[in-house]
Design a protein around this ligand. Structure first.
Ligand SMILES: Cc1ncc(COP(=O)(O)O)c(C=O)c1O
Length: 368
């Protein structure tokens, strides 16, 4: 049985009529930039997140960059973030002129809140927790630290649409939460797309202005900005797909439950740690595997695709060599980077397919 890591085609086929219709509507109107689908999607997504505002932008990377810039982060500032994320989280900090300051993770792969305060100094301006793999970081604890030290919090929620923890939803207690709608994300467009949600009206207007060449009204450039607009076709597709997001999230949780039940006593494998009162949305299902290379190769030989998110923790990437990070500063991130393996998960994956992956994983450890 051939198991892809993600299969976007299945989802498209299931909703083809509706999606094609939405695309054709934009084609008929030919309003490709700034069309009516954009404010409609922004309103729907903000409502779904429980926030007052949403600003659609070109991708999840720009969503972080724009938010940081519009909150005044720049040269001489430091921004604390997790040692484990996609590079977008830290490269955008650097792009503002600020310095990314990394904090090790816990065994749940999320920023270790007990290690944040030791990294705060007079230059620290913000914390960007990352809700990695779809599980929310400890926002209650992070908010307390931020309030005590007068820091801004921006949630990198690229992998965590609709996640919640301890009664808090993504974007509820922070200044802003940023999202990616990259095609493979839990809510994915058919190209690049991103969004920022916030309850702050002024920040909303600033982000909107900066993302559109510094103008809110055509030809009135109050500041210099960038071109990072959500395009009309993507917004139209996202509005259709948003209707199914809860259902897809339930499917992801069901698949994760099946993995966790069937694989729970496999020696050599540590399953994802779910914090109490946390409802992850399983953008990824990541196990910590002994002999990961062997397992990955074995699964590959059985036509099961897997991936590694991410092979090198951010502090140890070549681009941060000048920051002189040491392995002992990030022991968990370092140890886990040679063990983590993402198993296939997508809402349309069948019970039979999950069973086949589980059987294959079990067989590998039984025979090695
Ligand atoms: C945690 C995280 N942050 C930010 C991004 C950036 O999003 P995009 O690819 O839409 O620019 C991603 C996308 O992979 C991500 O996983």
């Amino acid at each position: 049985m051939k198991i892809p890591f993600v299969d976007l085609q299945r989802q498209y086929q299931q909703h083809k009529t509706e999606i094609d219709q939405a695309i054709h509507q934009v084609l008929d109107q030919s309003n490709y930039i700034g069309g009516a689908s954009i404010p409609l999607f922004e309103e729907q997504f903000a409502k779904q997140c429980g926030t007052k505002h949403c600003i659609g932008v070109a991708n999840g990377t720009d969503a972080i960059y724009i938010t940081l810039k519009m909150l005044g982060i720049g040269e001489g500032d430091e921004v604390i973030t997790s040692a484990c994320s996609w590079i977008a989280t830290s490269e955008t900090i650097s792009q503002t002129g600020a310095k990314p300051v990394f904090v090790d993770i816990g065994e749940d792969y999320l920023i270790d809140v007990d290690k944040i305060e030791s990294k705060i100094n007079a230059n620290t301006k913000a914390i960007i927790p990352v809700h990695l793999y779809g599980q929310m970081a400890d926002m209650n604890a992070i908010k307390k630290i931020a309030d005590k030290n007068d820091l801004i919090v921006i949630e990198d929620s690229a992998q965590a649409h609709l996640a919640d923890r301890e009664g808090l939803s993504v974007g509820e207690v922070s200044k802003a939460a940023t999202f990616s709608f990259y095609p493979g994300k839990n809510l994915g467009a058919y190209g690049d797309a991103g969004g920022i949600v916030t309850n702050d009206y002024q920040l909303t207007e600033k982000c909107r202005q900066f993302a559109n060449h510094g103008q809110l009204v055509k030809h009135q450039h109050k500041i210099e900005g960038i071109n990072s607009r959500l395009d009309t076709i993507q917004a139209a597709i996202l509005s259709v797909k948003l209707k199914y997001l809860s259902e897809w999230t339930s499917q992801r949780r069901k698949i994760a439950k099946q993995y966790s039940e069937v694989l729970k006593d496999v020696r050599g494998l540590r399953l994802p740690i779910v914090n109490s009162n946390s409802n992850p949305v399983y953008h990824l299902y990541v196990v910590s595997a002994e002999n990961r290379e062997g397992l990955q190769n074995y699964l590959k030989s059985n036509e099961i695709s897997t991936a590694i998110h991410y092979p090198t923790p951010l502090p140890f990437l070549d681009c941060y060599q000048d920051l002189n990070h040491k392995v002992e500063d990030f022991p968990v991130a370092h140890a886990e980077s040679s063990k983590i393996l993402s198993l296939p998960i997508f809402p349309e994956m069948t019970t039979k397919e999950v069973d086949y992956v589980c059987e294959s994983v079990r067989h590998f450890y039984d025979s090695h």
